[in-house]
Design a protein. Structure first.
Length: 265
């Protein structure tokens, strides 16, 4: 009986330990995937990454995210969006009127991940692609103080959303977008009763929150990216917009650019 009791007590801990890149971690409201150091080690930086539409958190653990972040000592946390009816994949509505309060869900995911991995609470970063990039903007609007930096790849703040006090604190925000992106164009596009949002409007909101001047402080033209940087004139935070020649996708080199942005270089 003592052996059985000990085994039963051990089962929840064993079950928690099994969640990771392949097996989902479960909390009230949904699931997420993660990779990184276990509790007890030195606190590590963390990246919360939002997958795109018609994908899952499990799908992000490959390529640059794995090599640039997980293998480099970051805890990578990949929440799953809301289920798409009839599919195994997920979506991030990223706007008001959604079936689930995704912002609250993400904050619960972060708190749960802290119980499973050694995370530095002052170095938790956010990034996302497409609809996931829109979620990065939404998190900046609602929970800016909770994160040390943001990156959106090919996503803007969607409409409708309340933009009063949005972002709700100064932010470090990097936007990466393709000049040839016609799926999520710079101007956004209307889809039924909602709009993808304008990238220009999103950047203007961040400039206002950071008390930046309208035009950039520096402009850099490189082989891969052309970047406009608000990093001197702002009273707080910093903003960077980097354009590439590609379309709707995650361009080569984005993980290095993002990691440098997070780490302040």
């Amino acid at each position: 009986m003592k052996y059985l009791a000990a085994l039963l007590l051990a089962l929840p801990t064993f079950a928690m330990a099994q969640c990771g890149p392949d097996a989902a971690c479960e909390i009230d409201g949904g699931t997420y995937h993660m990779a990184g150091v276990e509790s007890g080690g030195a606190p590590a930086p963390a990246l919360v990454f939002f997958h795109g539409h018609n994908a899952t958190g499990q799908m992000i653990f490959r390529g640059g995210i794995q090599s640039e972040f997980a293998d480099a000592g970051y805890v990578v946390i990949a929440p799953n969006g809301q289920p798409i009816p009839g599919r195994q994949t997920r979506a991030w509505p990223g706007r008001e009127g959604s079936a689930r309060d995704d912002v609250s869900f993400v904050m619960d995911v972060v708190e749960d991940a802290k119980t499973k991995a050694g995370i530095d609470p002052n170095r938790i970063f956010v990034a996302g692609f497409s609809a996931g990039g829109s979620m990065a903007w939404l998190m900046a609007c609602r929970e800016a103080d909770a994160f040390a930096g943001f990156v959106s790849i090919a996503g803007a703040l969607r409409e409708p959303n309340d933009t009063a006090d949005c972002p709700d604190a100064p932010v470090r925000f990097l936007q990466i977008h393709g000049f040839a992106d016609n799926q999520v164009p710079f101007e956004g596009r209307a889809i039924r009763d909602w709009h993808q949002g304008s990238l220009w409007d999103s950047l203007a909101l961040a400039r206002t929150a950071n008390q930046c001047r309208t035009h950039p402080d520096t402009i850099e033209i490189g082989d891969q990216f052309r970047c406009r940087d608000w990093n001197v004139s702002c009273a707080n935070g910093a903003i960077k917009f980097c354009e590439h020649d590609g379309g709707h996708g995650m361009p080569r080199g984005w993980t290095t650019l993002a990691k440098e942005w997070f780490e302040g270089s």
